[in-house]
Ligand binder design. Structure first.
Ligand code: 26Q
Length: 837
C-alpha cells in the first residue's frame, strides 16, 4: 500500500492569499505542456500520472531557478560569511508541494492543472519521498535547511547522494521485511548535476616526506586510489522571500584511471572490481540509527563527504582570495551533524598544511575557529569509534594527523592535570587496548570551538556525565540548542484546514514567526472557536480512519481517542510500555470492567534497524497483540491496536493532523530531544510523556495542566538502576501481573511458542536498562487522567488549542536563530525581488 492513498482527491486550499506575482496561469499551462509533450515525449491526449508529475516538477523548478541564481549572486557579491552544514543524512520527504507553497503559486498551479483536467493532488501524492536519512537527525537537517532559507541565511548543506535511501518496510506475518528504496530509478526533477565542481578523494596508499623548494618538509600522500566526487545540487526555497539555498549531495564515481587499468594492467577483472567499489561508496544509506561499528564502507562514506565538501569550500576560497587564508575562519563555519563527518577536523588540517603550505599552528588556529559539533545521543553504543588499523590502511595521512592532534591535546591536558594518567587515558582521542580505536567524539570536541546538545536536559547530561572532563577543561565551548521543526511543512502543508482557521483568527504572520501562535490563547475560552477546532480535528481523524478501512480493512471508530506512537523502534523509546498498556486495557475489557473506559485507537509505527533483532521482535509482538485484539468482537469499538507499516516523512505529514494523544515515553535521560513530539504538539495533540529530552521544555511551555507527565525522572532512573527488582513490582501490582500472565502463557503467540520469551525476560531482568516495569503503574495512572480529560471534549479541545498556542518555541526558525546568534554569526542576505522576478 502506498501513502498516497491517504490523500483525498479534494483540491487543497492555499492558506496565504498573497498575489501570485509574475505567474500567469496560461504561461504555466504552456510550460507544463511543453515539458510533457516535447521534453518527456508524451502524448498530450493520454495522461500518465508519473510523467505529468515530472512535467509539473520541471515547470515549478523553472520558477525556482531564477531565484536560485539570484541568491547565488547575492551571496557572492556580499562576500558574506557562510555556514556549511555537514550531514550524512537529509530526510527531505517530498518537494513539490513545499516548492509551490514557498513560491506562493499553489492556487495558480492547482487551477492550471484543473483546467487541463488534472487533479494536482494526484500528482503531488505520486512523488517519491527523498528518504536519505534514518530518523530524527536526518529530518532535523531537512528542517534546518528550510529554516535557513526562510531566515535568509547563507547556509549550504553538504551530504551524500545515496542511490538507495531508507528501506521501505513491509509486514509479512507480523514481521518486518525490508525492501530497497531505489528512489532514483525514476528521474529526480529537483537535482542539477554540476560536473564543473567535481573533486578527487584519496584512499589507501602511503605517505612520504619531501623537502619543498624553500627547504620545508612537506608530507606527500601518494599511490592512492582516488574516487571522483560529483555534486548534484537541490534547490531549497525559503518561504515567499526569493531566497533559494543549495543542498549539495556528492555521488561517487570511479576515476578515468580505472578504465586505463583495464587495458594496461592485464588484471581486467580486478580493475573492474575496483571501479565498482569506487562507485559503491554512495550506493546505500546505512539503516541504523545507532553506531554500526567498524564497517569500512561507512568510514569511506564519512571521509568522502568530508573531503569533497572541504575541497569544495577551499577551492571556492582560493578562487576568491588566492592562497591567503588569514580571513578563512572569519568567513567560514562548519556545523558537524553528530560525529559522522568529524573526520573533517583532520581533513581540514591536511588540506591547509599539506596542500596549501600553512604551518601546523596556523592551520590548527583556523580549524578550531571554524568547526562546530552537535551531539545527538547519549547512548554509549552510539558513540563512534574507528580502529586505528583500519584508519591507517584506508586514510594513512589522516591517522598521522590525528596522532599529532592528540599528542598536542594531551600535553594541554597534562598542564591542567599534572601527572594524572587516568585523565589522559579517559580524554585521549585514542582509546588504548587490544584494538586501539579513534574516539570520534573526542576528535570533534578537541577540534571545535562549539559543542552543543539538542535539548536542555541533554546538554546538561553531556556536561555533567558523558563529556564532564572536557566541560571542566573548556566550559565555554559547551552550549544548548533545543531542536525545532519547520512550521511550513509540519503545520501549513500537512494541516491546511487548521492552518486556515489559525490564519483567519490571528493572521498569517505565524508562518514565519511561530511565537505569534500565543495569540490563540484567549480563543481556548471561546466556545465557537473550540467547536471549529474540534470539527477540524474530527475531520482529520475521519480521514485517517477511512484510509485504514480502505487499505487494511479495519474499522476504527473516529470518535475514539487517537493514541499515537510513531518513531524508530528502539528499546529506550519503550514501545513495549505502550504494548503493556494496551494489553492491560484488553484485559479490563475481557473482564467486563468497562464502565469508565474511553474508546481508543492505538497506532504504532516505525522501522527497526535490520540488524536489531530485539526491535524486530517488538514489531512482531505489536502485530500479534493487534491481531488478537482486533479480531475479538467483545473488544470491537472499545479498543483497536494498529501497526502502521513504512512510517516515513510523508506518512507523518498525513498522521499529524489526526492525533489526539502523543506518546513520548522514553526512559528519562535517553532521548536526546525528540522532534516527533514537537510536530504532534503543533497539530494539537496532547503529550503523555516522561521528563526526557524536549518533553521537559514542551511541558514548561504548555503548563502541567496541558501535559500528562509520568515516570521516573532522570536522576531517579540513575538511582533505581542500582537496585531494581522488577519481579517484586509485578508481584505487588495485580493488574501488571495479569498483563505479564497473558504474555507468558502465550496468549499472543498461540502457534508460535517461545517467540516472546526473550522480550519477557528482558522486562523482568534486574539489569533492564530501560526500567519499563518501574514506570508501568505511573503510566497507567497517567492514562487514566488522559481518559478523564478526554471524556470532557470541550476541556480536551481547550488543552489542544493551548498546545498549539504554546508550540512557538519549537519552530526550527527559533533554533536556527539561536545557532546563528551564538555559533554561526551570519548576516541575513535578503535577495532582491526585482532581479529575481
Ligand atoms: C553511525 C555509525 C554507523 C551507522 C549509523 C550511524 C548512525 C546513524 C544515524 C548513528 C546515529 C544516527 C541517528 C541518530 C538520531 O537520529 N538521533 C536523534 O536525533 C534527533 C535530532 O537531534 C533527536 O531528536 C533524537 O532524540 C535523537 O535520538
Amino acid at each position: 500500500m502506498s501513502n498516497r492513498e491517504f490523500i483525498t482527491s479534494k483540491p487543497r486550499r492555499s492558506i496565504v492569499k498573497l498575489p501570485e506575482k509574475g505567474l500567469k496561469k496560461k504561461d504555466f499551462i504552456s510550460s507544463f505542456k511543453e515539458y510533457y509533450v516535447n521534453t518527456l515525449g508524451r502524448d498530450e491526449e493520454s495522461l500518465n500520472t508519473h510523467y505529468a508529475y515530472e512535467a509539473l516538477g520541471l515547470t515549478v523548478r523553472d520558477r525556482l531557478m531564477e531565484h536560485w541564481k539570484e541568491t547565488h549572486h547575492t551571496y557572492k557579491q556580499a562576500k558574506s560569511r557562510r555556514t556549511f552544514y555537514l550531514s550524512m543524512e537529509y530526510l527531505m520527504g517530498r518537494a513539490l508541494s513545499n516548492a509551490m507553497i514557498s513560491l506562493g503559486i499553489t492556487d495558480t498551479a492547482t487551477q492550471a492543472m484543473h483546467d487541463i483536467g488534472i487533479e494536482i493532488e494526484e500528482l503531488i501524492s505520486s512523488e517519491m519521498d527523498a528518504g536519505l536519512g534514518n530518523g530524527g537527525l536526518g529530518r532535523l537537517a531537512a528542517c534546518f535547511m528550510d529554516s535557513c532559507a526562510t531566515q535568509q541565511l547563507p547556509v549550504i548543506g553538504y551530504g551524500l547522494r545515496y542511490e538507495y535511501g531508507m528501506f521501505t518496510q513491509t509486514i509479512v506475518n507480523g514481521e518486518q521485511v525490508e525492501k530497497p528504496d531505489h528512489w532514483l530509478r525514476l528521474r529526480n526533477v529537483w537535482e542539477v548535476k554540476r560536473l564543473e565542481y567535481e573533486h578527487r578523494v584519496k584512499f589507501c596508499g602511503h605517505t612520504e616526506i619531501q623537502l619543498d623548494i624553500e627547504g620545508r618538509q612537506r608530507v606527500l600522500w601518494i599511490e592512492t586510489k582516488d574516487v571522483l566526487a560529483i555534486p548534484y545540487d537541490t534547490p531549497i526555497p525559503g518561504f515567499q522571500n526569493n531566497t533559494v539555498n543549495t543542498l549539495r549531495l556528492w555521488k561517487s564515481v570511479a576515476t578515468e584511471e580505472f578504465h586505463l587499468d583495464e587495458f594496461n594492467s592485464g588484471s581486467y577483472v580486478k580493475a573492474v572490481a575496483d571501479k565498482v567499489s569506487a562507485d559503491n561508496i554512495t550506493m546505500v544509506l546505512y539503516p541504523n540509527d545507532a553506531n554500526e561499528n567498524g564497517k569500512t564502507l561507512r568510514l569511506k562514506q564519512q571521509y568522502f563527504l568530508s573531503s569533497a565538501s572541504l575541497q569544495d569550500v577551499i577551492s571556492h576560497w582560493v578562487n576568491l582570495y588566492g592562497e591567503d587564508f588569514s580571513q578563512f575562519a572569519d568567513k567560514n563555519c562548519f556545523q558537524l551533524n553528530d560525529t559522522h563527518p568529524s573526520i573533517a577536523v583532520a581533513e581540514l588540517m591536511r588540506l591547509l598544511v599539506d596542500m596549501h603550505g600553512l604551518s601546523w599552528e596556523m592551520a590548527w588556529q583556523i580549524t578550531t575557529a571554524t568547526m562546530a559539533y552537535t551531539n545527538h545521543t547519549l547512548l554509549p553504543e552510539a558513540l563512534e569509534k574507528w580502529p586505528v588499523d583500519l584508519m591507517q590502511t584506508l586514510l594513512p595521512r589522516l591517522m598521522e594527523i590525528i596522532f599529532e592532534i592528540n599528542a598536542r591535546f594531551l600535553s594541554e591536558v597534562s598542564i591542567k592535570w599534572p601527572a594524572d594518567e587516568e585523565k589522559i587515558r579517559c580524554m585521549s582521542i585514542i582509546e588504548e587496548g587490544d584494538c586501539k580505536q579513534v574516539r570520534m567524539a573526542h576528535l570533534a570536541i578537541v577540534g571545535s570551538f562549539s559543542v552543543n546538545g539538542v535539548a536542555e536536559l541533554h546538554t546538561k547530561l553531556l556536561q555533567q556525565k558523558l563529556f564532564a572532563d572536557f566541560y571542566d577543561l573548556w566550559p565555554n565551548k559547551f552550549n544548548n540548542k533545543t531542536n525545532g521543526v519547520t512550521p511550513r511543512r509540519w503545520l501549513l502543508e500537512c494541516n491546511p484546514e487548521l492552518s486556515e482557521l489559525i490564519t483567519e483568527t490571528i493572521g498569517s504572520g505565524w508562518i514565519t514567526d511561530l511565537s505569534l501562535l500565543k495569540q490563540l490563547v484567549p480563543y481556548a475560552e471561546n466556545r465557537k472557536f473550540r467547536q471549529q477546532w474540534l470539527k477540524i480535528k474530527q475531520a482529520a481523524k475521519q480521514r485517517l480512519a477511512d484510509y485504514k478501512k480502505r487499505v487494511h480493512n479495519v474499522d476504527i471508530n473516529a470518535d475514539a481517542l487517537f493514541d499515537v506512537q510513531v518513531k524508530r523502534i528502539h528499546e529506550y523509546k519503550r514501545q513495549l510500555l505502550k504494548v503493556l498498556h494496551v494489553i492491560h486495557l484488553y484485559n479490563l475489557i475481557k473482564q467486563g470492567n468497562t464502565e469508565s473506559l474511553v474508546p481508543r485507537c492505538v497506532l504504532i509505527g516505525g522501522k527497526a534497524a535490520p540488524s536489531y533483532d530485539r526491535a524486530k521482535r517488538i514489531i512482531k509482538l505489536i502485530n500479534n497483540v493487534s491481531a488478537v485484539i482486533n479480531s475479538d468482537p467483545e473488544v470491537q469499538g472499545k479498543l483497536t491496536l494498529l501497526f502502521l507499516p513504512d512510517y516515513n516523512v510523508t506518512a507523518m505529514q498525513e498522521i499529524c493532523p489526526g492525533v489526539d494523544l502523543s506518546e513520548q515515553i522514553s526512559t528519562a535521560g535517553m532521548e536526546a530531544s525528540g522532534t516527533g513530539n514537537m510536530k504532534l504538539m503543533m497539530n494539537g495533540a496532547i503529550t503523555i510523556g516522561t521528563l526526557d529530552g524536549a518533553n521537559i521544555e514542551i511541558r514548561q511551555q504548555v503548563g502541567d495542566e496541558n501535559f500528562f507527565q509520568f515516570g521516573l525522572t532522570e536522576d531517579q532512573v540513575a538511582a533505581r538502576r542500582k537496585h531494581y527488582d522488577p519481579c517484586s513490582i509485578i508481584e505487588n501490582d495485580e493488574a501488571l501481573q495479569q498483563v505479564m500472565n497473558l504474555l507468558e502463557c502465550g496468549h499472543f503467540n498461540q502457534f508460535e511458542p517461545g517467540i516472546f520469551t526473550s522480550i519477557i525476560q528482558s522486562l523482568k531482568s534486574p539489569a533492564d536498562p530501560w526500567l519499563t516495569i518501574a514506570d508501568f503503574r505511573s503510566y497507567i495512572d497517567a492514562q487514566l487522567r488522559v481518559e478523564d480529560a478526554y471524556r470532557d471534549r470541550h476541556h480536551w479541545t481547550k488543552m489542544s488549542i493551548m498546545n498549539v498556542a504554546c508550540s512557538g518555541k519549537f519552530s526550527s526558525d527559533r533554533t536556527i536563530n539561536d545557532y546563528n546568534q551564538e555559533i554561526w554569526k551570519l548576516h541575513r542576505q535578503p535577495v532582491n525581488p526585482n532581479n529575481a522576478d
